[in-house]
Design a protein around this ligand. Structure first.
Ligand SMILES: O=C(O)C1=C[C@@H](OP(=O)(O)O)[C@@H](O)[C@H](O)C1
Ligand SMILES: C=C(OP(=O)(O)O)C(=O)O
Length: 435
C-alpha cells in the first residue's frame, strides 16, 4: 500500500524517527469528549444548535449517526455541525463501534424514544463494561433487554418517558457510567439522584466536564456532596458550543518535542478547561520539559537528549487515576526516559479500547523495555530499546504510544496505525508531515 495516502497508510507503518530536534506549531482537531457531549445535549435540547469545529472522526460520526437514528437531524457536512432535535421515535439500530461515549451515553436517551433501540458494536466492544448503566436504567424505569449478558448486544425499549429518581451504582469501572445518566437526567420526569458506591470513580475531570456542560444548557445540577449528583428535571436549553482542540490527542505531538529536545506549540490551548489532557502540562514539566504559554497556544520544549540514551527525559512516579486516557502516551515517554518510572491508579484502563496495561507491557517489553505489569499500573526502568512491530489492538492510543517510541527508536513498525481514526482524522499523514 502507498504510505503517502493518508487514509491508507502502509500496514505495518514504519514510524518516522525524529532525527534532531522537532520544532513545530500544530492545530489539532476538536475534542472527542466535548463533541460527543455537545451532540447528545443538542439532541435533547429545546431547539436547534451548532457544534462549532466539531471533531470529525469515527467516534463522533458514530454518535451523530446514533442520534440521527433516534430522530434528530445532524448535519455533519461542514466544519460546524448543525443539530435539529425532534421527538425520538421508531425502532432503530445503534452501532457503538468502539466508542465508550456512544455505548454509555446513548442508552439513557434512548429510553426517551417510543421505539426499540438495539445496540451493538465492534467485537471488543462486547467486553467493555456497561452493565452498571443498564441496571441503573432499569431502576429508573427503562426496559432494557440484554439477554442476561450485562453488555452488548442489548436493546432499550423506550416508552417516550422515563420516571427517573434515585439510583445507586458502582462507577469505579468508568466515569462514563455517571456522565451517561447525568446527561439524560433532566429529561426524566423526576430527574436523577445518582449515588456512587464503590472504589473511587476514575477520570473525574470527565464528570466535571459533563456537569459544566449541563449547566451551560441551563440544567440544575447539585454536585455538592462527594459521590452524589442530583439533576433536576427540566428543559435543556439549546446552546451553541465551540469545541476545544483535543488535549489528550495533543500528547503524541507534545511528546515529539519531549523526546527530541525540540519545541512544539499546540494552537488554541484553552486557559481553563475540564479536559484530562490539560494535565500534560504538569506531567511533561515533571519529566524535565519546559512548558509555557505563548501567543499561539501552549509550548513544550524538551530537554536536550542525553548521549547514548533515547531522550533527556526524567522518569516519574504518577497516579494517573484522574487522567487514565493519557497513560499510553505517558508510558511510552517513560520507556524512553533516563530514570525509572511508576504509573499507578489506572486499573480501570484495562477496560478501555483494549487492556492497556497488558498491551503496553507486552509491546514495550517486546522492544526491549524493562517493564513490570502491576494490577493498577506499570513500572519501567531505562533500557536500550530496539525496533520491531508494535501491535495496537484496535486502540488509537496504543498507536499514539507506538509512534512516540518510534520517534525515539530506530525501526519501529506500527501495525494498524489507521486505528487512530477513532479520534483523529488522517493521523499518520499529519504525523509524517512533522518529521
Ligand atoms: O466521558 C468521556 O468522554 C471519557 C471518559 C473517560 O473514560 P473512563 O472513565 O472510562 O476512563 C476517558 O478515559 C474517555 O477517553 C472519555
Ligand atoms: C477510553 C477512551 O475512549 P472511550 O471514549 O471509547 O472510552 C479513550 O479515548 O482513551
Amino acid at each position: 500500500m502507498d504510505s503517502a495516502r493518508p487514509d491508507h497508510p502502509a500496514d505495518p507503518w514504519p514510524a518516522p524517527r525524529a532525527r534532531g530536534r522537532v520544532d513545530a506549531v500544530v492545530s489539532l482537531p476538536g475534542s472527542k469528549s466535548l463533541t460527543n457531549r455537545a451532540l447528545l445535549l443538542a439532541s435533547v435540547a429545546e431547539g436547534p444548535s451548532v457544534v462549532r469545529r466539531a471533531l470529525r472522526s469515527r467516534d463522533t460520526l458514530l454518535m451523530a449517526t446514533a442520534l440521527t437514528g433516534l430522530g434528530s437531524q445532524v448535519d455533519t457536512t461542514g466544519e460546524d455541525w448543525v443539530v435539529t432535535p425532534a421527538a425520538f421515535a421508531g425502532d432503530t439500530d445503534v452501532d457503538c463501534g468502539l466508542a465508550g461515549t456512544v455505548m454509555r451515553f446513548v442508552p439513557p436517551v434512548a429510553g426517551l424514544s417510543t421505539g426499540t433501540v438495539a445496540f451493538d458494536g465492534d467485537p471488543h466492544m462486547r467486553n467493555r463494561p456497561v452493565g452498571q448503566v443498564l441496571t441503573a436504567l432499569r431502576t429508573l424505569g427503562v426496559e432494557v433487554d440484554d439477554g442476561g449478558r450485562g453488555g452488548l448486544p442489548f436493546a432499550v425499549r423506550g416508552t417516550g418517558t422515563v420516571p427517573g429518581g434515585r439510583v445507586v451504582l458502582d462507577a469505579s469501572g468508568s466515569s462514563q457510567f455517571v456522565s451517561a445518566l447525568l446527561l439524560a437526567g433532566a429529561r426524566y420526569d423526576r430527574g436523577v439522584d445518582l449515588v456512587h458506591e464503590g472504589k473511587p470513580v476514575p477520570s473525574l475531570p470527565h464528570v466535571e466536564m459533563t456537569v459544566a456542560m449541563l449547566r451551560e444548557h441551563g440544567v440544575d445540577v447539585d454536585d455538592g456532596d462527594a459521590d452524589r449528583w442530583r439533576v433536576s428535571p427540566g428543559p435543556v436549553a439549546a446552546v451553541d458550543h465551540d469545541i476545544e482542540p483535543d488535549l489528550s490527542n495533543a500528547a503524541p505531538f507534545l511528546a515529539l518535542a519531549a523526546v527530541s529536545g525540540g519545541s512544539v506549540v499546540v494552537r488554541g490551548w484553552p486557559t481553563a478547561t475540564n479536559q484530562a489532557g490539560d494535565a500534560l502540562r504538569d506531567i511533561l514539566a515533571a519529566m524535565g520539559c519546559t512548558v509555557d504559554r505563548v501567543d499561539e497556544g501552549l509550548r513544550v520544549t524538551g530537554p536536550e537528549p542525553v548521549a547514548g540514551a533515547h531522550s533527556g527525559l526524567q522518569g516519574v512516579d504518577l497516579d494517573l487515576h484522574d487522567v487514565g486516557e493519557l497513560a499510553p502516551a505517558v508510558a511510552a515517554l517513560c520507556a524512553v526516559a533516563t530514570s525509572p518510572s511508576h504509573l499507578r491508579g489506572i486499573a480501570h484502563i484495562r477496560a478501555h479500547e483494549t487492556d492497556r496495561i497488558t498491551a503496553l507491557a507486552t509491546e514495550l517489553g517486546a522492544l526491549g523495555a524493562e517493564v513490570e505489569e502491576r494490577p493498577d499500573g506499570l513500572s519501567l526502568r531505562p533500557s536500550a530499546l530496539h525496533g520491531g512491530t508494535w501491535h495496537t489492538y484496535a486502540d488509537h492510543r496504543m498507536a499514539h504510544a507506538g509512534v512516540i517510541v518510534g520517534a525515539a527508536v530506530d525501526g519501529v513498525l506500527v501495525e494498524d496505525v489507521a486505528t487512530t481514526s477513532k479520534t483523529f482524522p488522517d493521523f499518520a499523514d499529519f504525523w509524517s508531515s512533522l518529521l
